[in-house]
Design a protein around this ligand. Structure first.
Ligand SMILES: C[S@@+](CC[C@H](N)C(=O)[O-])C[C@H]1O[C@@H](n2cnc3c(N)ncnc32)[C@H](O)[C@@H]1O
Length: 366
């Protein structure tokens, strides 16, 4: 398979873990993200194209193209500018699907993508007379929590196929557990009882000093998950604010004197700002600035009378675990670059579920 807009390879991780797929190419503009991808899936570094997708012309023949173009153009959070050049990137996706002669493709994006004109255009490309007219498409709206990630994150997945439809990915977890489905994985289970135990206490502020060569450049890394269990030095006023916020609460519960003047004017919206997560639930959707509590519900869930209060945002390691990464994944780049890679990724458990459906069809077609 070929991964376009590959980021750190969350989508690839799920497909590789499923067991039927091998990555023979990836395209990624950001060098640090491309280095992370290569460190995990391309040991020679030769299959990872670190550059603008428009310049990717030597397309290998593959069975499957996967990819998720940047969502800023469509996301509810960004300003939705229809002229945003990033919205045109799906056209490059279509070009490469054609040139690779893939039998199937998987296109991932934010929930909101299904309501955009680009979504209609992509589906039209797979309709009569379109560039991908020999593909049938199916659209799935999937929540990562339903596939065992400790995070509520809804994504639109479009599967295109020239060899018949795939089975709908089968949830393994649910908010209300049933016979065939376990309860959503909580943060407590993920951080304290999972395969990677992340003690809440952290001291370090910086990544270790180390770098690797990626296509002739030195890039910080490759870091292990535990190297990413680092915090920031929040200032005193911020710490006082965080200390007031109990699990499930947010900036609205701060006493008057601790509110920022600009917040007072906004009594609605941005309700997750300075929010604290809850031990017994999955996290909310992690974004690229999860290390700033001022940007969303990213405060560590530990807040108990008498117990030790943890007044900080999630560490990079915790955010990676929330996304469903484990200790096998290596990371390259600066702290901010790695945060972006983590926040942008497709949760591997969700990707793995899609991979099962796609593999079922490809195998049947052999
Ligand atoms: C949503 S992220 C992809 C995440 C990835 N699928 C994963 O699971 O980890 C989109 C990626 O597209 C990359 N990108 C943006 N513009 C690009 C371009 N013109 N060519 C190639 N990659 C680009 C960004 O750097 C970003 O890493």
């Amino acid at each position: 398979m070929l991964d376009l807009f590959a980021g750190c390879g969350g989508l690839t991780r799920g497909f590789v873990d499923q067991g039927s797929f091998q990555s023979v190419g990836a395209v990624e503009l950001d060098r640090a993200a491309a280095a992370t991808y290569a460190a995990n899936f391309d040991p020679t570094g030769r299959h990872t194209y670190a550059g603008d997708i428009a310049g990717y012309t030597e397309v290998p023949p593959v069975d499957l193209v996967i990819g998720g173009p940047p969502c800023q153009g469509f996301s509810a959070l960004g300003k939705r500018d229809p002229a945003d050049v990033r919205n045109q990137l799906w056209r490059e996706f279509v070009r490469i699907v054609r040139e690779s002669r893939a039998r199937m493709f998987v296109f991932e994006n934010v929930d909101r993508f299904a309501k955009t004109p680009e979504f209609q255009l992509l589906r039209a490309a797979a309709g009569e007379g379109g560039e991908l007219a020999d593909f049938q498409t199916q659209v799935f709206r999937l929540n990562a929590a339903d596939f065992g990630a400790p995070q509520k994150r809804i994504r639109t997945i479009i599967v295109g196929s020239r060899i018949g439809p795939v089975a709908e990915p089968l949830p393994t977890h649910a908010k209300v557990p049933g016979e065939a489905r376990a309860r959503w994985v909580s943060l407590r289970e993920a951080f304290l009882e999972g395969p990677v135990v992340l003690e809440p206490a952290v001291r370090e502020e910086w990544l270790p000093e180390s770098s690797i060569d990626f296509q002739g450049d030195a890039v910080p890394g490759a870091f292990k998950l535990r190297d990413l269990h680092i915090t920031r030095n929040h200032d005193l006023t911020s710490l006082i604010r965080y200390a007031h916020i109990q699990p499930g609460q947010s900036r609205f519960q701060l006493p008057e004197e601790l509110q920022y003047a600009c917040w007072r004017r906004h009594t609605k919206g941005a309700g997750d700002v300075l929010g604290r997560l809850q031990w017994d639930q999955p996290a909310v959707t992690i974004r690229t600035e999860f290390f700033k509590p001022e940007k969303g519900r990213f405060l560590h869930p530990q807040w108990e009378n008498g117990g030790e209060q943890i007044n900080r945002a999630l560490t990079h390691a915790e955010a990676a675990v929330v996304q469903g990464f484990d200790e096998r994944h290596l990371w390259c780049g600066t702290k901010a670059e790695i945060a972006r890679q983590i926040g942008n990724a497709v949760p591997p458990p969700l990707a793995r579920a899609v991979a099962f459906s796609v593999a079922g069809r490809l195998k049947g077609a052999r």
